[in-house]
Design a protein around this ligand. Structure first.
Ligand code: WTA
Length: 633
């Protein structure tokens, strides 16, 4: 135990076992943290040295145009060079980069050498379609290796990928294609989920109809069901990869450290999704350092991040950071309970997974089926566990710790965001844990909890979570909207990054994240804006006005509850409720479907016409409505 804080009697503490402590890369968190704060730039430069650079940087941090910070300025690199090119020159060329299992039980493995070749081939395909450095490519796929190949191929040739999660539907996809102005879309015929086909190509066709910018669609064949292929627009992945142009040698584009790597759309307070922009240099340094220290990855480990590559967790910790570190990453295509609720545990046993990283909602979902399912499997290969996406409730923590980790695997509860690129507040294996707390900031990360005045609140008091100094993995801007970046994250307090979460710091300096302070809802760990649900609803001809709120749910964390005012001539009915849910399923996606829609005559609004969701929420929960002096009626 190297953590020097004194345990309090108020919370239960968990200390790492001797085995975990011995293997821990970072044994003295406090000393490292102090060092990083005393010399922030020196600290990050040292981490950057662990990567390869075509040309070393001139300046570690350029803050001359804050909040548009720049990292490793003057440095030349490419994340694909660090993730692939450098490994094929060492013994790692024969090491597994990826182990993949399809929902039906089919398996594929990729050595670093083979992954590198596939990426090269697809990079050449993209180049042959006219994709050049800086061009945007939208990727709309399921959890298949080709998704990773497509992402890395973009990086390799300097194109900017925008991955849209396969659970989004027509309009959501069209909006994201439009915003990024992608001329090329990479998709697949369908993906498998619970034994059914998710018809991705059909959604893609509709989205392309709504957004005329797409010129070429590349379709990976996965399910083999019949799909429409438009001549001169749609091409099969396997046909293109068989062409002579798809050679296994592809020159890596030399990128500036600050050149964009990807755009990932996420929800904010308005209906228009924000394109969060990350870069080649800082993002590579940040994701690889965080993964290495928090999950203590060893060369012979098998690491499973069970997220979807379509979200930031997958971008950072399935695709890029494991490959930069030369780790073996595992990915599974389908549903956790298919065909039985022990599917995940069966794979942990079969593949001998050492470190597993998932979300509280998934843990709660599997916990429902009882302990018999995991108990029937040998989970003894597990050494560390991780959690992300929302605060983990004590019951889920206990179950994960006792039943899955057999009381010997510390749980790394990592707090971070699409915007932060990687873990921000997180334990490390050698740090004492308090279940439900993401514990302490990562070295180099200066966080605090402040009041409305921007001053730190007292220990134990609720406040706003802020980051006080820039970090290499931070978003650089909102794509095409620098003003939004400035206002949203740096507008409330000058020089403090506003995370949008409320939190509390206890006497030991441990941070407890409470939840969002804005109109963002976390449904089963997925981030959604109330405004996206609302604009989906009002796009239906029967709906005049809509409001959506998140209400607590034991399984999903939050569920969506919607209120609609109907247009003249429409009557409330269960059929209409179903029709609206179906409409949302198509327009936004299954994850945005409200659990319940209530038809109302009026919505609580301020005099300026803003819907007071706070009031709706209080009413739905039977709580006092608080200050309603600004309410109109
Ligand atoms: C929430 C996911 C508590 C938080 C990586 C944050 C968490 C939002 C945790 C970002 C955690 C994420 N404990 N809350 N360990 N991790 N959150 O962009 O509200 O999908 O602001 O990134 O998830 O969600 P996003």
């Amino acid at each position: 135990m190297t953590d020097t804080t004194t345990p309090t009697n108020t919370q239960e503490w968990f200390y790492p076992s001797e085995e975990v402590l011995q293997g821990a890369i970072i044994k003295d968190y406090d000393a490292l943290y102090k060092r990083s704060m005393d010399d922030l730039e020196g600290f990050w430069a040292e981490q950057a040295e662990t990567l390869d650079w075509y040309k070393k940087w001139d300046t570690v941090l350029d803050d001359s145009n804050a909040p548009f910070y720049k990292w490793f300025v003057g440095g030349k690199t490419n994340i694909a060079m660090n993730a692939l090119d450098r490994h094929v020159k060492t013994y790692r060329r024969n090491k597994l980069a990826l182990i993949w299992e399809g929902e039906a039980g089919d398996q594929r493995t990729y050595s670093y050498y083979r992954l590198w070749q596939e990426v090269n081939k697809f990079g050449n395909v993209l180049r042959s379609m006219g994709v050049r450095k800086g061009d945007r490519v939208t990727i709309y796929m399921g959890r298949v290796p080709e998704l990773i190949i497509a992402m890395m191929a973009c990086a390799k040739i300097g194109a900017v990928h925008s991955v849209v999660y396969g659970g989004f539907s027509e309009q959501a996809l069209a909006d994201r294609i439009e915003d990024a102005q992608s001329r090329v879309l990479v998709t697949q015929d369908g993906s498998w989920l619970r034994g059914n086909i998710v018809d991705l190509k059909k959604v893609a066709d509709e989205a392309v109809k709504r957004s005329a910018v797409v010129e070429h669609v590349i379709v990976y064949k996965r399910t083999g069901h019949n799909v429409m292929m438009e001549a001169d627009r749609d091409y099969w992945w396997h046909d293109l990869m068989a062409l002579p142009i798809a050679s296994t040698k592809c020159e890596t584009e030399v990128m500036d450290a600050e050149d964009p790597l990807f755009i990932l759309y996420t929800s904010g307070t308005t209906g228009k999704p924000k394109g969060i922009l990350h870069t080649h240099g800082g993002y590579a340094v940040y994701t690889s350092t965080t993964l290495k220290w928090v999950f203590d990855l060893k060369d012979d480990d098998r690491f499973w991040c069970a997220a979807d590559p379509g979200w930031i967790t997958g971008h950072s910790y399935i695709v890029y950071a494991p490959a930069i570190l030369g780790v073996t990453s595992f990915m599974y295509e389908g549903a956790p309970t298919h065909p039985y609720p022990d599917r995940w545990w069966k794979m942990v046993e079969y593949y001998g997974i050492n470190v597993m990283y998932t979300a509280p909602t998934a843990i709660r979902g599997l916990m429902r089926f009882g302990s018999t399912w995991p108990n029937r499997r040998d989970l003894s290969s597990l050494r560390l566990l991780g959690s992300v996406g929302e605060p983990i409730n004590p019951e889920a923590w206990k179950w994960y710790f006792d039943v899955i980790g057999k009381g010997k695997c510390p749980i790394m509860d990592t707090w971070w965001q699409t915007e932060t690129g990687g873990f921000m507040i997180t334990p490390m294996p050698s740090v004492g844990l308090k279940p439900g707390s993401a514990t302490r900031p990562f070295p180099g990360i200066d966080v605090d909890v402040v009041g409305e005045d921007g001053k730190p609140v007292k220990a134990g008091e609720d406040g706003l979570l802020v980051v006080k100094r820039p970090w290499p993995g931070m978003l650089r801007t909102v794509y095409g909207d620098p003003e939004r970046y400035k206002n949203q994250y740096w507008g409330k307090f000058k020089n403090l990054y506003l995370a949008g979460d409320s939190a509390r710091k206890d006497e030991d300096g441990y941070i407890w994240v409470i939840g969002r302070i804005d109109d963002v809802i976390k449904v089963s760990g997925y981030r959604l804006g109330t405004a996206e649900v609302e604009s989906g609803l009002v796009s239906h001809p029967a709906v005049a006005e809509a409001a959506a709120i998140g209400l607590p749910d034991e399984l999903k964390g939050n569920i969506i509850y919607a209120y609609c005012i109907l247009r003249e001539g429409n009557q409330p009915s269960p059929q209409l409720e179903d029709a609206l849910k179906n409409h949302i399923r198509h327009e936004v996606g299954p994850i945005a479907v409200p659990a319940h829609i209530e038809f109302v005559k009026q919505l609580p609004k301020t005099r300026s016409g803003k819907i007071m969701r706070r009031v709706l929420k209080a009413r739905a929960l039977g709580q006092p409505e608080g200050d309603v002096s600004t309410l109109e009626e």
